[in-house]
Design a protein around this ligand. Structure first.
Ligand code: PLP
Length: 389
């Protein structure tokens, strides 16, 4: 694989940026080789520093469901930028974006707080839950990733998993003890946990389709079971839809789950740094300035990011790309499976809408332990072949 410019840039980056990157998954550590340095991107393509073109199936980790540089999104952001990059003060588009989110999640969202990253959204949702219940413990699922906040970096997925550090150093042990980790799809384990500690649990946080240990879908009744258990014990149910929000359909899965709070990010920013927590007024109004749970941000509701996000959501609403994305992804998954069968490889694709993961195993995958039994060496080879020009 010859990418001399990317290689040279990576060697230079390593001397100044920690590990040469600003976010660990970009380092290619788990799949080998050196990372690509991207020079530009447009629509479904990106070009690396060596001028090679790729079909970009990552699309900024799901933020760019419309592809790179959608003209309406860029125009809206440019127009906003002409009026100032940041105010640190209120402006009308914040209301428009929040109203759009409320219309997309009519059962879940009465109030919205905008912020800048998915990590911040999950962290804030937990703080609201702790503030609302006066309880300290939270339940999360092994292999679930909700950002790099202290409470959530325990048995985490995404980069934490692929880099082999599912629990981070630097998280105080006392803090980590308030995070109870159970296997995804294991309602019995959740029930046992609630029986033991139910009166101390502030919230269960869950990805309604878990997409950070590869894609793992919820079994029938799992999300409903979480809802009835949390209700029984007076805990909040938090739907982390930073990935699934606006990814599989307009809105997300929080309404169907009857979640108390929903975390959004990625797509709602159209490629710009916007995230949000939404929920019923009785929970959300606990946030400052109305209540005693603090959250703030210099760049919260940044006008350029809000304009980009709003434009992206408007395009999504108008175009409704979801049936097409489902049909194309399914076709792709089927053709990959045929190829793997022809080659006699142990293989399966889990796919829903434009979310899909290739697992090199035939054993059914329903949680992090089963997802980890895939042949990761074969995956690394597959990844490298895919990235080859
Ligand atoms: N929640 C989920 C489900 C995520 O997948 C991610 C990131 O991938 C986050 C939260 C954190 O979002 P961010 O990377 O914007 O901090």
């Amino acid at each position: 694989m010859i990418r001399p410019k990317s290689e040279r840039l990576f060697n230079r980056a390593k001397k100044i940026l920690v590990g040469g990157v600003n976010s660990p998954v970009r380092s290619f550590k788990s799949v080998g080789g050196h990372p690509l340095f991207i020079r530009k991107a447009k629509g479904p393509y990106c070009w690396d520093a060596d001028g090679k073109r790729y079909i970009d199936l990552v699309q900024s980790w799901g933020a760019l469901i419309l592809g790179h540089g959608h003209p309406q999104v860029l125009a809206a952001a440019r127009q906003a930028m002409n009026k100032g990059a940041s105010y640190g003060a209120c402006h009308e588009n914040e209301i428009l974006l929040a109203e759009t989110l409320r219309r997309a999640f009519p059962k879940t969202i009465e109030r919205v707080r905008l912020m800048s990253s998915g990590t911040e959204a999950a962290m804030t949702a937990l703080r609201i839950a702790r503030g609302a219940t006066g309880r300290d413990f939270i339940v999360k699922f092994s292999g679930g990733y909700h950002g790099h906040h202290d409470s959530l970096l325990v048995a985490a997925g995404s980069g934490a998993l692929t880099l082999g550090q599912p629990s981070s150093l630097g998280v105080p042990a006392a803090w980590a003890k308030t995070t109870i980790v159970v296997p995804y799809n294991d309602l019995t384990a959740v029930e046992e946990t609630f029986k033991k500690t139910g009166d101390k649990i502030a919230a269960v946080i869950v990805e309604p389709a878990a997409a950070n240990m590869g894609l793992v879908l919820p079994k029938a009744g799992f999300l409903e079971g979480l809802r009835s258990l949390t209700r029984r014990y007076g805990s909040l149910l938090i739907a982390d839809e930073v990935i699934t929000g606006f990814r599989l359909k307009w809105g997300g899965l929080a309404d169907a789950m009857e979640a108390d709070l929903v975390c959004l990010g990625k797509i709602i920013g159209g490629g710009f740094p916007i995230a949000a927590v939404g929920g019923a007024a009785r929970f959300m109004d606990i946030l400052a300035p109305l209540g005693g749970v603090y959250h703030a941000g210099t760049l919260s509701g940044n006008p350029v990011a809000v304009a980009g996000g709003l434009a992206a959501l408007n395009v999504l609403k108008r175009v409704n790309p979801y049936p097409k994305l489902e049909a194309r992804s399914k076709k792709f998954a089927v053709s990959l499976t045929h190829t793997a069968t022809r080659l006699g490889l142990p293989f399966q694709v889990i796919q829903r809408g434009s979310l899909w993961t290739v697992f090199f195993t035939e054993t059914p995958i329903y949680d992090n332990a089963s997802a980890q039994k895939t042949d990761t060496k074969l995956f690394a080879r597959f990844f490298q072949e895919q990235s080859m020009p």
